[in-house]
Each structure stands twice: as structure tokens, then as C-alpha cells.
Ligand binder design. Structure first.
Ligand SMILES: Nc1ncnc2c1ncn2[C@@H]1O[C@H](COP(=O)(O)OP(=O)(O)OP(=O)(O)O)[C@@H](O)[C@H]1O
Length: 238
């Protein structure tokens, strides 16, 4: 079953049509890149899939559960890292994770166990008693990934999480999330950075609220560089 299935999704924000007739699906264990220039509609799409906005038209299902009709099981299998950091800077790393765990109904034992696992895998376990305010930008992002995985979601959405990180920090975060797909996690990785894409990735190019490409990245770049193909799709005549 697909982790995500979106059919004919359209949504306006104010007078602006942010998404027009978007359809796409993400298979289990797939790393799918949602690529689009600034203002393409990536964050709007993430907001609709995570239930922050109610879609005006169309259908969104997570592992077969409609976000509109069946939100609890749909959202239970979803982990999210939003574009804007959402950690509480005045709480410690552990306190931030414990708060998230309680929202998801995890027992204290489960919360401690999975927090240790994820923080260690992301190499921030040494900072668990520190206030988030004292962490670097890259460490905060890693804590956000750990938090998003705490309730064992099967589908992870990451919206431009590498913004502001240095080259090594970006690569590290990306490699970690990619490695989770090998374990069966499905990932939607929203970005405008072409160098985060690998040839075998599933790629959805969004431009002005519409899907302009949906397929393997290597197929888009078969006749040209990925950058040239992307600019052609998203340029003035794209
Ligand atoms: N709250 C809002 N009210 C009105 N228009 C909005 C609102 N939020 C976003 N928009 C508009 O919707 C369109 C899509 O914005 P969105 O933030 O989804 O794009 P994005 O692809 O995530 O961009 P970026 O890469 O810059 O974060 C843009 O034209 C934006 O100006």
C-alpha cells in the first residue's frame, strides 16, 4: 500500500491558487524528493498532508486512511519536520522529546527507549540534558528528526530541513534520512536544492502549484543536466 496517495488536490490561500490539481503517490520505502523553486507550493502541500489545512478539493490518504475522514490513524503513522523549527528553546532536548511522546500517547518507558535510540543514531545523545537554545543549528535539526521518529512513524515528511546548515551538516542529515528508507521508512523530502537529489530518487517537480514532473530523477536528466532540465520546467515558459 502506498504511504501517501494524493488525488486532484487543489487549494487556494487568500486569492492565490497555491495548488492546482496535484496528484502523486509515494510507495513504501521510497525516498521521494518534492522539488520546487521558492513559492512553488511545497509547504502548502506539506500543510495539507499533515492536516494543518483542510484541502478545498481533492483527496489525501496516508497508508489508505483519508486525512479528512480518518485523521487519527492517518496521522499516527506520520512523522513531520517542518520548515520552521518548532522545538521549545527553553526546554531541554529530553523535555522536548517527552512532550512529543506524551502527545502521541507513548508510555514513559517507550518514550525513553526510543528517545535514546534516535538521539544516539543522530549523535546528539550527549546533549539530551541541555537546553535546546544552547545547541547549534545542525544539532537542533537532528533533534527534530529524532523527535519526528519517536512514535515509530512509517512515513516521514521533511520540509526544507537543511536550510541554514553547512555542507557537512546537510550531507549528514540527508544521509541519515536516506538510511532510514533502507529500514522501510517512506520519506517525502521537500527541497529546492538540486544537489540533494540522487539519480535513483523518485522526483516530483512542483512549479506554480502544479506538478511538472513525476518520475525517476535520472529520467528527467537523461538528455541534459538535472539543473538544465529543472530550469526548463520551471522557467518563464515552463
Ligand atoms: N498564508 C498565506 N496566505 C496567502 N498566500 C500564501 C500563504 N502562504 C503561502 N502563500 C503563497 O502560496 C504560494 C506557495 O507558497 P509555499 O510556502 O507553499 O511555497 P514553497 O514552495 O514552500 O516556497 P519556499 O521554498 O519559498 O518555502 C506562494 O505564492 C505564497 O506566496
Amino acid at each position: 500500500m502506498n504511504a501517501l496517495a494524493i488525488e486532484n488536490l487543489s487549494h487556494g490561500l487568500g486569492k492565490r491558487k497555491a495548488l492546482s490539481d496535484v496528484s502523486l503517490s509515494i510507495g513504501p520505502g521510497s525516498f521521494t524528493v518534492l522539488l520546487g523553486p521558492n513559492g512553488a507550493g511545497k509547504t502548502t502541500l506539506v500543510s495539507l498532508v499533515t492536516g494543518l489545512y483542510n484541502a478545498q478539493h481533492g483527496e489525501i490518504r496516508i497508508f489508505g486512511h483519508s486525512i479528512r475522514r480518518d485523521p487519527m490513524p492517518a496521522l499516527a503513522s506520520l512523522g513531520v519536520v517542518f520548515e520552521m523549527p518548532t522545538l521549545d528553546l527553553d526546554l531541554t532536548v529530553d523535555e522536548n522529546l517527552a512532550y512529543h511522546a506524551s502527545l502521541h500517547g507513548l508510555s514513559r518507558h517507550e518514550a525513553r527507549k526510543w528517545a535514546s535510540t534516535e538521539l544516539e543514531r543522530l549523535d546528539v545523545a550527549g546533549r539530551r540534558s541541555d537546553k535546546v537554545r544552547s545547541l547549534s543549528g545542525g544539532q537542533r535539526r537532528r533533534v527534530e528528526i529524532a523527535r519526528a521518529l519517536l512514535h515509530r512513524p512509517r512515513f516521514l515528511i521533511v520540509d526544507e530541513a537543511t536550510a541554514g546548515l553547512d555542507v557537512a551538516g546537510r550531507r549528514r542529515l540527508l544521509n541519515h534520512v536516506r538510511s532510514l528508507c533502507v529500514e522501510g521508512l517512506s520519506v517525502l523530502w521537500a527541497t529546492h536544492m538540486l544537489d540533494e537529489i540522487e539519480p535513483a530518487d523518485q522526483l516530483v517537480v512542483l512549479h506554480q502549484g502544479s506538478v511538472r514532473w513525476n518520475g525517476e530523477a535520472r529520467a528527467l536528466a537523461s538528455d541534459n543536466t538535472l539543473e538544465a532540465a529543472f530550469l526548463q520546467l520551471t522557467g518563464p515558459k515552463g
